[in-house]
Write a protein that binds this ligand. Structure first.
Ligand code: ATP
Ligand code: MG
Ligand code: MG
Length: 420
């Protein structure tokens, strides 16, 4: 993809926007762009530089993303809505053409990476609650204040905000940013570099951190901390919703098929029209994945049925039958359902209610399973208009519970150690 119309090749130390931004290391990439950690020499801060592919369709999509994220940033002057902030944008000409570039605030790992660190076992429920509150704050902001549907909500598009980042970590700024030539020694940004803890706390603290992180890992927290890792400082971490490349205004939907497969709402599959409530469906799938470590619905095509049909069957196995009126009400309903509202090609469904699944497969306690299912089930209503809004979800008792878990206690111990 590093050809005409494609990605712009970047090397560490490359500069952008008349020398203002200096590339430090690659943070990630997607279908549209590569994203680099860059040092902003004007403000002396680190930023995330998203460099779009250059072909016209990518340029057009960048213009759209800039338009949406500008609105998000402008209407949230106090930075309270848990959405990514756009700091600047410009064009950069390279050998592959002209690339739109977006400068975002620099964030940490995605919550998908967090699930991986936790070996796909699911995060402690208090942490799931904290992340859910952030996502719902964003959705409420998008839906009620701005009239925007995200359309691609999923763990990959939710990034952690770290309270210690490369621009304010004292140990980091001693070394300083790479200003011109690569030296190959950049550490991970976005978190607390364990190297630094070791220097400051010497032997005793090193043992304490190892002990705590091992205990924490055994309690279902993060994996044990090793040299060079980032440590998140516990209880009150926040996250932000990113990737507004596919977001749209509800009154001008831009595509029939939205959302990443596993997070796709039934009305999108059936093509019966979608609105804000489609984001709520993706939110519920994301919350389930955070709590269990597994995707809620992971459909696969079979010999006699399609991926869409498997997806609808999986939904009905957990949530019960789709009411006939809804099943037969979409533009694509005839492809999947007979006139009685039964799937044409998948006849036998194994109904396992959500709370049962949480107990049997994911070893939730009866109480935890019941409470979590109480929260999720209304959001997974097949009738989009019956789903609660983000604002209503924020009032749900499940989110406002707070039982201090052993993991949390260890986290606060750990963050105290880091502050000294
Ligand atoms: P997609 O195919 O998912 O639409 P895209 O080309 O639009 O991809 P993004 O999803 O915006 O690109 O970003 C690609 C990756 O770069 C992200 O998954 C993430 O790992 C990283 N990234 C993006 N923005 C930031 C940021 N502000 N801070 C840190 N990392 C980021
Ligand atoms: Mg993305
Ligand atoms: Mg995108």
């Amino acid at each position: 993809s590093y050809r005409k119309g494609g990605y712009h090749a970047v090397r560490v130390g490359d500069t952008f926007s008349g020398g203002r931004y200096i590339a430090q290391r690659k943070l990630g990439w997607g279908q549209f762009s590569t994203v680099w950690l860059a040092y902003d020499s004007l403000t002396s801060k680190y930023v995330a530089l998203k460099i779009q592919k250059s072909a016209p369709e990518f340029a057009e999509s960048a213009i759209h993303e800039i338009e949406v994220v500008s609105v998000l940033t402008k209407n949230d002057p106090d930075n309270k809505k848990c959405v990514i902030r756009l700091l600047n944008h410009f064009k950069h000409t390279g050998p592959n053409g002209q690339h739109f570039c977006m400068v975002f605030e620099f964030l940490g790992d995605s919550i998908l990476q967090l699930i991986k660190y936790n070996r796909y076992k699911g995060l402690p429920l208090n942490r799931v609650r904290a992340i859910c509150r952030c996502i719902l704050t964003t959705l409420d902001y998008l839906h009620t204040q701005l009239g925007i549907i995200h359309t691609d909500l999923k763990p990959e598009n939710i990034l952690l905000v770290s309270t210690i980042n490369p621009s304010n970590d004292p140990n980091r700024s001693k070394k300083g940013p790479i200003l011109s030539k690569p030296d190959g020694s950049m550490n991970n940004g976005g978190g607390f570099v364990v190297n630094a803890i070791e220097k400051r706390l010497k032997q005793r603290a090193r043992q304490a951190v190892a002990r705590i992180s091992a205990r924490r890992a055994s309690l279902g927290g993060f994996r044990p901390v090793t040299k060079g890792d980032r440590c998140f400082d516990g209880i009150d971490f926040r996250c932000k919703v990113v990737d507004f490349g596919n977001a749209c205004w509800a009154n001008r939907p831009n595509a029939e098929e939205i959302q990443t497969r596993q997070y796709r709402a039934p009305e999108v599959i059936l093509q019966s029209g979608y609105t804000y409530s489609a984001d709520m469906w993706s939110f519920a799938c994301t919350a389930f994945e955070l709590a269990t470590g597994e995707m809620m619905f992971a459909p696969k095509p079979g010999q006699s049925y399609s991926e869409d049909e498997d997806h609808l069957a999986l939904m009905m196995e957990i949530l019960g039958k789709i009411p006939r009126k809804i099943a037969i009400g979409g533009l694509r309903s005839k492809d999947y359902f007979d006139r009685y509202g039964d799937l044409k090609r998948i006849r036998r469904l194994k109904h396992v209610p959500l709370a049962r699944l949480l107990i049997d497969k994911f070893k939730f306690s009866v109480n935890d399973a019941r409470d979590f299912a109480d929260f999720l089930i209304p959001i997974l209503d097949f009738a989009p208009e019956k789903r609660p809004t983000a604002e209503q979800c924020l009032q749900h008792p499940w989110l406002n519970k707070s039982s201090e878990s052993s993991v949390q206690k260890l986290d606060s111990e750990m963050s105290k150690l880091q502050i000294k």
